[in-house]
Design a protein. Sequence first.
Length: 185
Amino acid sequence: MQTLSSYAKLLNSSLKTDRLLIEPIYAEHADSLFELMQNKKIYQWISSTPPQSIDQLKVGWKKHESRLSPDGNEAWLNWAVRRTSDGAYIGKMDAEVNHEKVATNIGYIFFPDYWGKGYASESVLEIKNHFSRNGISKIMATVTLGNETSYRVLEKSGFIRTRIIPENDIIRGEKYDDVEYVWQF
């Protein structure tokens, strides 16, 4: 029988598409991603804020290299996304998977210089296919109401808009509604 720890590491393996390498994030990725994560445009639609320092980012990512939530009940997965053509880091992705093999939250940020090129859709589709091959039967995502670009990313990847969740997120102290998207067999 496979443990959640070994399953989490399997799910958080490296993936490759024609244009992208999607690799598990480790503490050392902070050196390459910190500056890219400072662009305020990234945070317009999400509750996260730019990391305060490279060291803070390293500590946070090091804590999650086990790929398990602090209580050990969920897989917490994180990937850095690079272009294969030049090795440039273009974004990051994350997901949470519960013991029922449901991905309860898939998220992504891509750096503004790489917006509009299909990289986010390509990455989400690859993660979705990888999860499907490894027993995940349902994937959920929430997007801040009004974030049309993220709607398109999920819809291109086969997700279905299911409902609006009132006041589901807080961004810079203000409550926002989220749109829920679901993909399942």
